[in-house]
Design a protein. Sequence first.
Length: 101
Amino acid sequence: MPITQVQAEHQRLTILIALNESPDYGANTSMLSDILAQFALGCSQDQLKTLLNWLEQNGYVSLERLTENTWIAKITRSGIDVAEGVSVVPGIKRPGPRSAL
């Protein structure tokens, strides 16, 4: 498996866990970028948008696009199931039993 695919699976999981642990189940792109960088999963803004679009298209987040570079992501019920390991889906790493940020 190519390293870029492994990295994208980890990045998607990290985004979902961060959103799930947020008090309002959401975060903006700047916050998500900082969280990914904290776990050595940093990416460009374009890559982050691609990850968020993928998550939205698959029903794991909803996106509010405030400006070209500022988006608000909110986790959906399906996204919570993935973040908590209840659902296992291709393209997102399965969390460990006690995975937390």
